[in-house]
Design a protein around this ligand. Sequence first.
Ligand code: HSE
Length: 428
Amino acid sequence: MKQQVRIGLLGIGTVGQAVARALIERHDVLSRAAGTSLVLQRAAVRDLARPRSLAVERLTADPAAVASADDVDLVIELVGGEEPARTLIASALERARPVVTANKRVLAWHGPQLAELAARKGVELRYEAAVGGGIPLIAPLTDDLAANRVLELRAIINGTCNYVLTRMASGERLEDALAKAQQAGYAEADPRDDVEAVDAGDKLCILLRLAFGASCTPAQLHRQGIRGLDPRDLAYGRELGYVLKLLAVARRTEAGVEARVHPAFVPLEHPLARVDGAYNAVHVVGDLCGPVMFSGLGAGGDATASAVLADVVHVARRLALGDPVPPPRENGPEPRLLPMSEVRTRCYFRLSVDDEPGVFAQITRVLAEHRIGLASVIQREPGKHGAAEVVLLTYEAPEAALATAEEQLARLSSTRAVLARIRVEAPQ
Ligand code: HSE
């Protein structure tokens, strides 16, 4: 039995500080859970001169030295971003050190290669904190749902966008809400990664591998962020019985697996509609278990630290007992990723049109040409500029038809502008 497990921590930002604090303040609880004493042996920070609330001895500005130190048994990577994080993880694994990371970017782009390296070296690479912050998600998807064929997965996995959209639903501007999310520490170092759905795309990629066995990279997903959304659309959506979310969707169809991230209207009665603020949720439908939802705080230091430490306890326990690491599981046949043009959804359009006879006839002719059925319509009387506002809710149609219809609606003589096209999800 190993008496202690010595930890090397790379990165003391928002999450790193919370992890370091918990390792010190909760030493007894964590050590009891691990069955061995957990010692924060070394830590690497970007700037040694920066004042910190935390007195961590053996601080260095050289993360590579920590990743390869002889007196470190387990490496926690919380540097974030692609490089040097990927190289640091790889060098720790090369030296047969298990790694715990929260790094969604590295896992999305290099996860399979790093997992293969870890397996070759007989050590673990764990990443519970990479998706959904403090929500136990990776382990349940890997182990607890193993008997299922996952049919559908819909997720709110960017806390910043969910926080922003929640505030926009009360009429706040996107820029103001985003500034608050940054102050609260939810946003990425570059908040464009949040609003442009880069972060959610990385996380969906990780979930796709686990739940659907698809070995994709984020470049293969359809990604659309929340920029350009107007609080008016959130208000119209509510009138129609929907709430707007940035949704990551993976869905098995006969033609292949859909993989997409974009703003989407969710019916008010669906559990995802009630997930607000920085909360995340992943709604999974398995063929045996039916619908299951995992939800909780998806961002923030303490919540993410909780997931990092769960992995640390797991790895430390195995190290303490000297248990071997099981070989990686075999994936089934690689599913086909469905091109976005073939994905079928319902759709919401908002148009600014001239207030004159025959406008609706023109609109419905375009929709009919593309075999798009109309489910609901809202029309507002013209404002002082003489334009009327029309909101259309369609039945399900292929993306290619909806996109072409949007172009043709924009070209109608009576259309001043297509102000919004937002997909509508109709989950089980
Ligand atoms: N920027 C991320 C979010 C942090 O807002 O969800 C957690 O991954």
